[in-house]
Design a protein around this ligand. Sequence first.
Ligand code: ATP
Ligand code: MG
Length: 241
Amino acid sequence: MRAETGGASRVTLVSRRVRAAPPALTCGDATIDSPVVHERGEPDGAAVTRLGLFGGTFDPPHVGHLVTAVNVRHTLALDVLVLMVANVPWQKVGSRPITAAADRLAMVEAAVADVPGLVAGALEIELGGESFTADTLAALAARHPRAELFTIVGDDAAAGLTTWERSEEVVARSSMVVVDRPGEPVQLASDVDWIRIEVPRLEVSSTDLRARFSDGRPLDYLVTDPVLQVIEERGLYRGAA
Ligand code: ATP
Ligand code: MG
């Protein structure tokens, strides 16, 4: 079934089914009984009814992230879409050096500063340790008790859903939203009711950007100016590979 909701963005609802009731609110081993975290620039917790979680390493954040975020927010009529900065992106650790979380957060804050409805998420950094989307959703649900939650992923990340910590909790707590990235189609878990949203496909990745920093190729139009300014001020990606 495909439903057009106008403009350039489209949403496809794939075999929606009734979702299981979410499990009790827990974060790791601890039960969350009060909001412990906040998002930068986020509206009042209770007022949010539709909230998107777009998690990533954002090392650095680029136009692919931003184009995805604004289009998903528009198509799903989200009150707010959080670009959640992973504290320790456990699936990437060991494969390459990861820029400090505080620097990645500063870049995301700069990226969304003037964009209505997008906010930088500091929650995973405040929680500390390895970042698991199941815990993040639990904390967001505690802070926004009236909000319907949406987890947004590019198709490369969506393809790895079954490797996520407590992925069944993620699926139970949120509607799963996927956007295609350029490249070969990937296989998605067939027992998940994916909401597929079409956004302009931009062949840009943080990996390519880090390579550009390292060999001096232009970054223009791939990263926004406020992000470049943070990179310069903090001396990031000098000698990056
Ligand atoms: P890296 O190359 O270091 O993995 P990345 O560009 O893939 O970086 P991430 O921080 O890993 O960025 O991705 C965060 C989320 O954004 C993931 O769900 C990923 O699929 C999605 N994403 C990244 N780049 C794009 C893009 N160009 N278009 C759509 N989604 C994207
Ligand atoms: Mg990635």
